[in-house]
Structures are given as structure tokens and as C-alpha cells.
Design a protein around this ligand. Structure first.
Ligand code: PAF
Length: 280
């Protein structure tokens, strides 16, 4: 696997592949890779003969008080995992490569960026939209693969691709979970052993809400009860448990069309997010 840090070198590699008639799949990540990321690489390999993974802890999607400085990193370990997974190129640029002096473009998002994560992390989706647009342009990829764990992010990226007429398609891979249901996430590294045990309650609570909705409960009832379960399990603050439509990411009072239950809550200083579709 070739490790590239320079945008011009990445462009040259991607142009050569396209000239040879080879499609390119992109897997954008912030590193500290786990099985969830490797499932994205595996899907990328099914979609295209050439796979580029990216590792960039994107400062524009973090607020000043968030965990940018302590976000877990292990580039050597990530390179070994990507090599074993059959990735062709790792693009691991510096902040200066992604946002060079004079960089002045911002993307203001509404629609699926509003509410839920957009309320609790107001800077996040403008930053995600910006970095993804830039990574799509730099890589020239034909398809990009994202995890369903960050479902609202998937909705936002799809919206950006459509609105800006970007020549790329977006594919998703279902969330990979630990045996107790906890969605794999690089931020799980922040959980101490006791919090790690309690963290399983997130998936259980969202699955419970999904079952209640399927049985006819309203979103207010099902999500309210799931929030209560999270508090009983030791989550100190529940940011939201909410039902949104699968297709348009719209609020629904009942499960009147395919939907997802999304949640975000704090276990001590660690914020967990997850979502389930059907009964989880
Ligand atoms: O999901 C992530 O890891 C990040 O938000 C992404 C898509 C790599 C953009 O920085």
C-alpha cells in the first residue's frame, strides 16, 4: 500500500487509474481504525478495483471545546490494518494540505444537517461537508463508502453530493457491533471498563424504542421511554432519542414509513451516538 500525503501525488495516481479504465472507491476516516472501518474497506473492494482510504482528523468539524486534541491516533497500526485489508493507497494529509494558507471556502448546511447532531454539535456538518467535498475532489473517486453508524452524516453527505452535482455515488455499510450491541467507534477508546459495560445500554434502548414503534407506539412515547432507560442505565445526560424517516430524514410522529431511531447520550465525559433501523 502506498502512503500519500500530497494532493498532487494523489491526483496523479487517481488519473493514472482512470486512464487505465479502473474505478476508484474512497473510504474517508479519521483513523484509529476498527472492524467497522475495515468493513467499509471490504465493501469498497467489492465496488471498485482501486481503493483509497483517507485518515484525517478534520479540525473544521470539531468545536473548540471538543476532543480534537485528544482524538485517538495510531497511524502505524492503521497502516498495518489497511494493508492487510487490501487497500491500494492511504491518503493521510496534514492540516496544511487540506486547508492551505488562503483557504476561504465554507459550506453552510441546512436540511438533514438540522436537528439532532446539528443542534448539539452545530459546527460538525459544515466541517464534514467541506472535508468530504475536498476529499472527493482530490481523490477523483467514483464511489465513497460510509458507515451507517453516523446516519445523519450519511444523509448530509448524500445531500451535498446531490446539491453540488458531485460526480460520485455514496454507498453505506451497516453498523458493526460488539457482542453486547455497542456500535464500534474510535471514541469507545475513551470508555473505562465500568463505562464500557454500561455503554451497551445505548443499543438496547434504541432497539427497545424501535420495537415499541413497530408495535404502534408514538415517537414521543417510544423515544421518551428509551431516554428513561438510558438514564436508569447510568447515562448522565441524554442529548436526544428521536425517530426520523429513512428516506427524507424527516421527523415522524409514528412509524408511518421506514424509519430510524437515533440517539446520543453521555456516559461520564464520553458522548456516544448510535441508531437502529427496524428492531435494531
Ligand atoms: O465519520 C468520520 O470519521 C468523519 O466525519 C469523516 C467522514 C471522515 C469526515 O471527517
Amino acid at each position: 500500500m502506498r502512503v500519500i500525503r500530497d494532493a498532487a501525488e494523489l491526483r496523479a495516481v487517481s488519473q493514472a487509474w482512470h486512464a487505465a479504465g479502473e474505478r476508484i472507491a474512497l473510504v474517508p476516516t479519521m483513523g484509529y481504525l476498527h472492524e467497522g472501518h475495515l468493513a467499509l474497506v471490504a465493501r469498497a473492494r467489492e465496488l471498485a478495483p482501486r481503493v483509497i482510504a483517507t485518515i484525517f482528523v478534520n479540525p473544521t468539524q470539531f468545536a473548540p471545546h471538543e476532543d480534537l486534541g485528544r482524538y485517538p491516533r495510531d497511524e502505524a497500526g492503521d497502516i498495518a490494518k489497511l494493508e492487510a485489508a487490501g487497500c491500494d493507497v492511504l491518503f493521510a494529509p496534514s492540516v496544511e494540505v487540506m486547508y492551505p494558507a488562503g483557504f476561504a471556502t465554507r459550506i453552510a448546511m441546512s436540511g438533514p444537517a438540522e436537528g439532532l447532531e446539528g443542534t448539539h454539535r452545530p459546527q460538525m456538518f459544515a466541517g464534514v461537508a467541506l472535508v468530504c467535498t475536498r476529499l472527493f475532489g482530490m481523490s477523483g473517486a467514483d464511489v465513497a463508502v460510509f458507515g451507517e453508524k453516523d446516519w445523519q452524516q450519511v444523509m448530509v453527505v448524500r445531500r451535498v453530493v446531490e446539491d453540488l452535482a458531485l460526480p460520485i455515488t455514496i454507498e453505506t455499510v451497516p453498523t458493526i457491533r460488539a457482542a453486547d450491541g455497542l456500535a464500534l467507534s474510535s471514541r469507545n477508546a475513551y470508555l473505562d471498563p465500568e463505562a464500557r459495560v454500561k455503554a451497551a445500554a445505548m443499543h438496547a434502548a434504541l432497539s427497545y424504542a424501535a420495537e415499541r414503534l413497530r408495535a404502534g407506539a408514538t415517537a414521543a412515547e417510544a423515544c421518551g421511554e428509551a431516554e428513561e432507560r438510558l438514564r436508569e442505565a447510568g447515562f448522565r445526560q441524554v442529548d436526544y432519542v428521536a425517530l426520523r424517516s429513512e428516506r427524507g430524514f424527516e421527523e415522524m410522529e409514528k412509524l408511518s414509513e421506514p424509519g430510524r431511531v437515533l440517539g446520543a447520550a453521555w456516559l461520564r465525559q464520553v458522548r456516544l451516538i448510535d441508531n437502529v433501523t427496524k428492531s435494531g
